[in-house]
Ligand binder design. Sequence first.
Ligand SMILES: Cc1cc2nc3c(=O)[nH]c(=O)nc-3n(C[C@H](O)[C@H](O)[C@H](O)COP(=O)(O)O)c2cc1C
Length: 221
Amino acid sequence: MDIIESIEKRKSIRAFKPDPVPQSILKELMEHALRAPSWGNTQPWDIIIAAGSKLEAIKQGFTEKAGQEVVADIARPQDFPEPYASRRRPPGAPPQAAPAGQQPPVRRPMNTRFYNAPCVIYICTGRTFYFQPKGINAWPVYDCGLISENIMLLAPAYGLGTAALAQAVTHPDVLRRVLEIPDSLLVVLGIAIGYPDWDDPATHRRSAREPMAQVVKWVGF
Ligand SMILES: Cc1cc2nc3c(=O)[nH]c(=O)nc-3n(C[C@H](O)[C@H](O)[C@H](O)COP(=O)(O)O)c2cc1C
């Protein structure tokens, strides 16, 4: 599968089959994903891949905390200024008009079982690399995004689907307890991964994008 096909096939999967993903496949995928670039080749990621009873314990812990205030290691947005707010659908508002063939974004409640994913890849980074004396160093989180995208673009080549889930890291205390993550690491993102349940309509939607003219400016051509 070439990169263009991977980019076009990738989308957030929010309904997984229960089938486990063989560790050998995940190891092969991760070998490729680890080729991601990073600032000065610092490779500022520590990755924990949870499945089976460990992931079940996390899902249980998150379910018990449903409705409680969410606290993430990496601060979540407190506000969505324009134009970003308009690209999301506010609670209760009718769907935005989307370009032909595309569907508007939808606000979803937290899903404490991560859409039944049989596996979640937790991307962590070093606390003292991120929180620096003169302020936040955003670059390790940026680099974590690069390896996350590698994982998500590689997945379709193995018949796998993914969903980047900020909601999967909203209770870092649960993750620290179950996965024995030290305080020296910040949990940045969880990526649900598994075999998509294509019979579930949730896997059929394709999200909209702004037209290129809205977000890309060409100069000097
Ligand atoms: C950093 C990050 C965090 C996200 N967190 C969530 C989340 O908590 N829950 C969710 O359903 N989707 C989450 N998403 C998925 C986005 O909603 C999705 O990427 C976006 O709507 C575009 O849709 P697509 O991935 O299908 O192209 C997240 C995506 C990113 C990149």
